[in-house]
Design a protein around this ligand. Structure first.
Ligand SMILES: Cc1ncc(COP(=O)(O)O)c(C=O)c1O
Length: 374
């Protein structure tokens, strides 16, 4: 079935800006500067000012941002970093790539973010940092996590513009993958940093561990934000607040339209920027089938959470070891949402979900066969 309604309509957000993008891209082409240079520097300054941090350093993607942040903080072999398992694989992969051991903590079932009490139980003498993820655009409980006394590295890939994000972590990392709240037209990433020395190492690590391209003091990597992506990001950044507001309005509208009669809605919080609009239901297969039938995209995230992924088997987690994570993995369903989503689209989504719920009621609860809707 061809999906007429996507999960995220990235083009609808940037389409009005295409003339401005073309103009700026022409200027980059004229300049002949594609690596570092004025566009990247200007974006780094503008991003730092927006986030309220002293340093913002462009890198090639959000995964490199995490690895580089960990390495810049001196975290590596023999160290443990506590992170959620209900997140994109890159979170734990980055810890392992830095040579450290990911330690998975369970989540709060309401916020889907790290549960500080469970994190506290997993701290050992080898724990060097905590890596909260601001999942689906909802700020993680930074104050409670910081109170545990360890440095934080915020994986803020999904949360540019969310309240308090990048205000606590030594480093906070962002991805500009095209579906993110602030996005590039390809890959891109950023490390926001509140410590001068760590920031200096981040700058070196993204360019082979060198300050001057002559002397190589660290073993780093090649991970740069392209000038052309920085140019696009500079055009998009002033629109971020509007897009995030559009996402918040869309989330409120789903509740007003009565979606909560069929599924559990995400708890609303003022600082949440709804990178994804994620509902919960033990019957999510029924709802995703009904949406698919109506030509509407939906998605379930992290269906196999990280502690049960094949590459993480060496850590020894068994099924059932993180019960809230596993329940969220089995029940979550993301519905269409983006910064410029229209009421008509949302009405169609809600109609399909409510019709499926009514059909379920007629066939009895727990029956995941979709009865025909008259
Ligand atoms: C939570 C999280 N961390 C890290 C990443 C990695 O970012 P990227 O795809 O830019 O490498 C992503 C996104 O894709 C993400 O959602």
């Amino acid at each position: 079935m061809i999906q007429q309604i996507p999960l995220v309509d990235v083009k609808a957000q940037y389409a009005p800006l295409i003339p401005e993008l073309e103009e700026r891209f022409s200027a980059v082409l004229e300049s002949g500067r594609f690596i570092f240079g004025p566009e990247v520097e200007a974006f780094e300054h503008e991003a730092a000012a927006y986030l309220g941090v002293p340093h913002a350093i462009g890198v090639a993607n959000g995964t490199d941002a995490l690895v580089i942040a960990l390495e810049a903080m001196g975290i590596g072999a023999g160290d443990e970093v506590i992170c959620p398992s209900f997140t994109f694989y890159a979170t734990a992969e980055a810890i392992a790539r830095a040579g450290a051991t990911p330690v998975f903590a369970d989540i709060d079932p309401v916020t889907l973010n790290l549960d500080p009490a469970d994190v506290a139980d997993r701290i050992t003498p080898r724990t060097k940092a905590i890596m909260p993820v601001h999942l689906f655009g909802r700020p993680a409980p930074l104050a409670e996590l910081a109170a545990l006394g360890l440095p934080l590295i915020e994986d803020a890939a999904q949360a540019f513009g969310a309240a308090g994000v990048a205000g606590t972590g030594v480093c906070s990392t962002f991805s500009f993958f095209p579906t993110k709240n602030l996005f590039a037209l390809g890959d891109g990433g950023l490390v926001a940093c509140r410590d001068d020395d760590v920031a200096e190492r981040v700058r070196m690590l993204r360019f082979h561990g060198s300050r001057d391209k002559q002397t190589f003091e660290l073993v780093g990597t090649n991970s740069r934000l392209d000038a052309i992506q920085a140019a696009a990001l500079r055009i998009f950044l002033p629109h971020l607040e509007g897009w995030n507001e559009g996402r918040r309005e869309g989330a409120a509208r789903y509740a007003e339209l009565g979606l909560g009669e069929a599924v559990d809605l995400p708890l609303d919080e003022p600082g949440h920027v709804y990178h994804m609009y994620v509902v919960r239901s033990p019957d999510r297969a029924l709802f995703s089938a009904a949406l698919n039938e109506a030509g509407i995209s939906s998605a379930s995230y992290y269906v196999t959470p990280l502690h049960l992924q094949p590459a993480m088997r060496y850590l020894g987690y068994e099924p059932g070891s993180l019960p809230e994570t596993e329940r969220a993995a089995a029940e979550n369903l993301a519905l269409p949402l983006w910064g410029t989503i229209g009421v008509d689209v949302q009405e169609q989504v809600v109609a399909a979900v409510l019709a499926a719920a009514r059909a379920r009621t007629r066939t009895g609860t727990g029956d995941s066969v979709l009865a025909p809707v008259p």
